[in-house]
Design a protein around this ligand. Structure first.
Ligand code: PLP
Length: 440
């Protein structure tokens, strides 16, 4: 029986990333409250949020420090437009992000896709302001995901999100992904990185005159099914971008804020991108906010007496004070609680608890980086992901495979019972799903 909330939702709410007709068989789950890593539905059933509510939540739901910061901010200033005005939360956040990344100019949007749009527009406009308007195209990696607005779809190489809108999209070029799973016999992940970088070099040699930027998800292409690559690729890509005068955009929307073990994934390669896109974990999973960080060089190319040489992009909620305050509170937690070090020990206990999955006879390419785990399941079930999701929910765990790739991206606040709950639920759901193969 769907709750009445679920039934009303199906009449009035158009849910994201969803074929609504499938809800005839499986109504949406109405969530009443959440605390820490747990979601609770209207009937009181609890689910461990093992994918951080679509990759946004870092420190569990209702974290007291973020809540207090938001309540305090609400008393002072809810919102003011950011054109012609400024406020303490946006200034402090920009300064802090500048110190953390080395990129000292922050432009704000509300979602990840708008950050992609901002970075691409800024890059092309930089080249135009620099007297090279022909540099207006983009290149991305095969299987890349950078959001689903029409501009972002140009660099999102996932057919199911793009096909219906193909006539609307000015498609970017794609070069081979350095996905370590594509290693040939005897090749290491670093070898794959070098082989893929050679393909990038070949492409740039031919097309750099019309190319503004290369956009990459550093270390992990999450939406592609957690394709991981060696940091060597980022070092080589950085060098190639320098050589061919093409911007490097690091889309850290999913990989940022400790997911890969470092605060930002590109830091593991020791490189500095020209643009960094942030969202998702930026506010700890509480408010919609995105940011694009860039260099003095880019900023200065727009600084002029002529208005039209400025970056005239805007969103109504640009730099919303509440969202910026939530982001500041999130960064304070990183600093005060030594989160990255604490995550190392949490990752060890999760890794151990998840070992039976990694060693499961039907699992290929078990992989782990920082606080991310993924496994490719060998199965004939065409609807493996949907079935697995339902079984996991039955076992009190929110997991949503991508195709046949099962992954875990948990918030950083799991105690030992929660770790066990997650691992046991994930395993039980796999057994239950695979048991249906014969019947399917
Ligand atoms: C989720 C995601 C986006 C898009 O963010 P939205 O807030 O969903 O628009 C862009 N890039 C990457 C790498 C993402 O994972």
């Amino acid at each position: 029986m769907p709750s009445s909330l679920a039934a009303r939702s199906l009449r009035s709410v158009w849910h994201p990333c969803t074929q609504m007709k499938l809800h005839e068989a499986q109504p949406p789950v109405a969530i009443a409250r959440a605390q820490g890593p747990w979601l609770e539905d209207v009937d009181g059933k609890r689910y461990l949020d093992a994918i951080s509510s679509w990759w946004v939540n870092l420190f569990g739901h209702g974290h007291p420090h973020i809540k207090a910061a938001l309540a305090d901010q609400l008393e002072r200033l809810d919102h003011v437009m950011l054109a012609g005005f400024t406020h303490a939360p946006v200034v402090e956040l920009s300064e802090r992000l500048g110190r953390l990344t080395g990129l000292g100019h922050a432009f704000y949007g509300s979602d990840g896709a708008s950050a992609t749009e901002i970075a691409l527009k800024m890059s092309a406009h930089f080249w135009r302001n620099s007297g090279r308007p022909a540099k207006s195209r983009f290149v991305g990696l095969a299987g890349g995901y950078h959001g689903e607005t029409v501009g972002a779809l140009a660099v999102t190489d996932i057919a199911v999100f793009r096909e219906a809108y193909a006539p609307l999209v000015r498609l970017a070029a794609t070069v081979p992904s350095p996905d370590a799973r594509s290693a040939r016999a005897g090749e290491s992940a670093a070898d794959v990185a070098r082989r893929s970088a050679a393909a990038l070099e070949h492409w740039l040699a031919e097309h750099h005159e019309e190319t503004a930027a290369l956009i990459v998800e550093p270390l992990v292409q999450c939406a592609a099914g957690f394709a991981m690559h060696d940091p060597e690729y980022l070092r080589l890509a950085r060098a190639l971008c320098d050589r061919f005068e093409v911007h490097l955009v690091a889309d850290e929307i999913a990989t940022g804020f400790g997911r890969t073990g470092t605060l930002f994934a590109h830091q593991q390669a020791g490189i500095l991108p020209d643009f960094i896109c942030l969202s998702k974990g930026l506010t700890g999973g509480t408010m919609a906010l995105s940011a694009v960080l860039t260099t003095d060089t880019v900023f200065e190319a727009f600084y002029d007496d002529e208005v039209a040489r400025g970056f005239l992009h805007s969103h109504s909620y640009t730099g919303n004070p509440l969202a910026c305050r939530a982001a500041l509170a999130t960064l304070e937690i990183f600093e005060q609680e030594d989160v990255l070090a604490r995550n190392e020990s949490l990752a060890r206990s999760l890794d151990e608890a998840l070992l039976p999955l990694s060693r499961h006879p039907r699992v290929r390419h078990a992989r782990h980086l920082g606080m991310l785990w993924a496994w490719d399941v060998e199965t004939q079930l065409p609807d493996f992901a949907a079935r697995y999701h339902r079984h996991a929910m039955d076992h009190g765990v929110l997991l949503r495979p991508i195709g046949r790739t099962l992954y875990v991206m948990p918030p950083y606040v799991l105690d030992e019972p929660a770790v066990q709950w997650l691992a046991q639920g994930a395993q039980a759901a796999l057994a239950a799903t695979l048991a249906q193969e014969g019947a399917a």
